[in-house]
Design a protein around this ligand. Structure first.
Ligand SMILES: NC(=O)c1ccc[n+]([C@@H]2O[C@H](COP(=O)([O-])OP(=O)(O)OC[C@H]3O[C@@H](n4cnc5c(N)ncnc54)[C@H](OP(=O)(O)O)[C@@H]3O)[C@@H](O)[C@H]2O)c1
Length: 223
């Protein structure tokens, strides 16, 4: 049966490549992003994929848009990938951290993935694969933090990891497994040009990890 994959943040970077690779596997893909008409690469992919690829306007900070997803996406969802994320203001030192940008990053990186998941949970539960992915980062790890700084991004991803762990426990009864993944340091707008790997390599690895995700390793952070 054709898999249904839903991805957030598909205008560029890892989200766009997730769509490209799942489309090449013949999945039906719903790509969600704020301004689909502004990404030329996304529109090109849509032109070549046709009905297999649905573009869904979604700002993950807007509760009404998240609520509507359950009506826009009609089929059961095999894989829900919460990929959209922001870094927030970069280069802030101790003493420069402010409340508003921190709240904004928390809203996008931590709160929104939970809200999207809550809105679509029954559709995931009705599917064959029943998988939910949270795109996290090693920057959220305590053990990996050797450099300090990055208070905003690090804390938002650390909190996302906690969300993933609780989801894995709460959703096990529905047969849903949850993957909390680090995609590598990847050449995107966020990762920058000096990052270690390209999006194609990262997403090839991510797809393998998602394939191997099960109730046995649900909730684990996987690099
Ligand atoms: N690149 C890395 O090295 C790296 C490492 C670890 C983790 N990650 C994580 O991987 C994920 C993807 O990162 P990336 O490198 O592909 O970043 P990116 O190139 O900056 O892309 C981020 C995506 O998120 C979308 N987005 C941001 N705010 C949004 C909102 N309010 N509503 C909907 N979409 C929104 C952006 O859409 P717009 O075009 O509308 O802004 C864009 O499509 C993120 O969660 C990031 O934290 C990346």
């Amino acid at each position: 049966m054709q898999k249904v994959v839903v991805v957030t943040g598909v205008s560029r970077g890892l989200g766009l490549e997730l769509c490209r690779q799942y489309l090449s596997e013949e999945a039906k893909v719903y790509g969600c992003c704020r301004f689909p008409e502004q990404s030329q690469q996304l529109l090109e992919l849509k032109r070549s994929a046709g009905y297999q690829f649905e573009l869904v306007p979604l700002d993950i900070t807007q509760p009404g848009m998240i609520h509507n997803l359950q009506y826009v996406i009609e089929e059961p969802i095999d894989i829900l990938i919460n990929n959209a994320g922001i870094y927030g203001p970069s280069g802030l030192s101790y003493g420069e951290v402010a409340v508003d940008p921190w709240m904004e990053v928390f809203r996008v990186n931590t709160v929104a993935p939970m809200m999207v998941t809550q809105a679509l949970i029954e559709k995931v539960a009705d599917s064959q694969d029943k998988k939910i992915i949270l795109m996290s980062s090693k920057m959220g790890s305590m053990g990996d933090n050797q450099k300090g700084g990055s208070y905003i991004y690090r804390s938002a991803k650390a909190a996302l990891n906690a969300v993933g762990k609780s989801l894995s426990i709460d959703l096990a009864g529905k047969g849903i497994s949850v993957g909390v993944l680090h995609p590598g340091w990847v050449q995107t707008d966020m990762g920058g040009a000096n990052a270690l790997i390209d999006t194609e390599t990262s997403i090839r690895g991510i797809r393998k990890v998602i394939e191997q995700l099960s109730l046995k390793n649900s909730g684990q952070f996987i690099n």
